[in-house]
Design a protein around this ligand. Structure first.
Ligand code: SF4
Ligand code: SF4
Length: 366
């Protein structure tokens, strides 16, 4: 009997958009009868605070996981990593109907400092904005489950001699499958949005009731670092004057005080030379975590957009920072503080075509 299980978590959209809720419900309804899946629903991932039950639940999951959210996969993956919900990047084969043909190009090799203490499991992030029907997601999750099972079998076969030596007792179901240790949600475990408005009964042995997972989460705003790109240059900590960034015990940059960040301000993302800083809820796809180099059908040099040699991105970041300083009752500092050395010679100038393009994208809320 195939006991391998993977965890599927659907992160709901903010608000109560009926079209989004309908898609969420249809995906959950389709997955609920699939063998080998443990399905749960949480509020918008980015909004979960440290003690939100949804986040505690995510932290309890062992083994491979699929996260469906209304976020770019890169953003969702690194939001979780920051919260200690770590794994290897699971490569989705789901191709958005809006993607370019040449999106199949090999991804850039990672040049960042990477994440630490990554457990031996994979996390797949799927973007709920890619399709408005449940079928592509369900089919991809079936494929991922099969891929996960094959990987587990391979590991099992590599470990088999050791088990024989232990007397052939085998492993527990959870450790043998790499599946979650505690949660086995069942048909009634999907929370009030999916059971006629009535909170469902939680699964036996589950530490979290479905309605606990779905407790309200207020909107939050903070930067998220993509460590596959971050080179630990520290330009962001120099630039931010609000104490958001810090360093850990190994001198690695981190977002230390998330809630110090100024709501709606994405200034430091424009300063980062590696396009490693994301604001997942920002209206411009490039800053919200779109794959670097591609925004829908537009190919854009993000180095120019975010900073690097581009003086206008810096100008915009300086303006945004000054606006927040003044709102805090402090003095504007312009380009006199925390400007990376590579940009010292850059002058603040008028907008060029790229800025105009980004303004247009902003206006379109792509
Ligand atoms: S500016 Fe970017 S690359 Fe440099 S430390 Fe900050 S996030 Fe990392
Ligand atoms: S957006 Fe502004 S306040 Fe927030 S981390 Fe960046 S520089 Fe600091």
């Amino acid at each position: 009997m195939n006991r391998h299980r993977i965890t599927v978590v659907l992160s709901q959209a903010q608000g109560k958009h009926p079209g989004k809720r309908a898609l969420e419900e249809s995906i959950v309804a389709a997955l609920i009868m699939e063998p080998g899946l443990d399905v749960s629903v949480i509020p918008h991932l980015y909004d979960l605070g440290a003690d939100h039950t949804g986040r505690l639940f995510l932290g309890s999951v062992r083994g491979d996981m699929v996260l469906l959210s209304w976020l770019f996969p890169r953003a969702a993956f690194w939001v979780m990593d920051r919260d200690g919900i770590k794994g290897h990047w699971g490569e989705s084969q789901l191709k958005s109907a809006h993607a370019d043909d040449d999106d199949d190009a090999a991804p850039e090799p990672p040049k960042g400092i990477g994440s630490l203490d990554v457990p031996d499991r994979h996390i797949y992030c799927l973007d709920l904005r890619d399709f408005n029907q449940h079928e592509p997601y369900v089919n991809e999750i079936r494929r991922i489950a099969e891929e996960s099972r094959a990987r587990a079998e391979q590991k099992q076969s590599q470990r088999a001699p050791a088990l024989v030596q232990l007397g052939g007792l085998g492993e527990s179901a959870a450790s043998a499958t790499g599946g979650p240790l505690t949660l086995t949600p069942v048909a009634g475990a999907f929370g009030s949005p999916f059971v006629n408005g009535t909170p469902a009964t939680d699964a036996p042995g589950s530490p979290f009731a479905p309605d606990q997972l779905l407790q309200a989460a207020g909107r939050r705003w903070y930067p998220v670092i993509d460590y596959s790109r971050c080179t630990n240059c520290m330009e962001c900590i120099d630039f931010c004057l609000f104490g958001v960034y810090g360093v850990d015990g190994q001198e690695r940059i981190l977002v230390e005080n998330q809630d110090n960040c100024k709501k709606g301000c994405p200034a430091c993302s424009r300063v980062c030379p590696e396009q490693a800083i994301m604001f997942p809820d920002y209206k411009t796809a490039a800053i919200a975590g779109a794959p670097v180099g591609a925004i829908g059908n537009l190919k854009i040099d993000l180095t120019k957009l975010f900073g690097g040699a581009d003086k206008d991105a810096l100008s915009q970041a300086v303006e945004e920072r000054d606006r927040e300083l003044v709102a805090d009752g402090r003095d504007a500092v312009g380009a006199t503080v925390g400007i990376p050395k590579r940009q010292n010679n850059a002058t603040v100038g008028p907008k060029d075509d790229l800025d105009n393009l980004m303004d247009a994208l902003d206006a379109m809320e792509i």
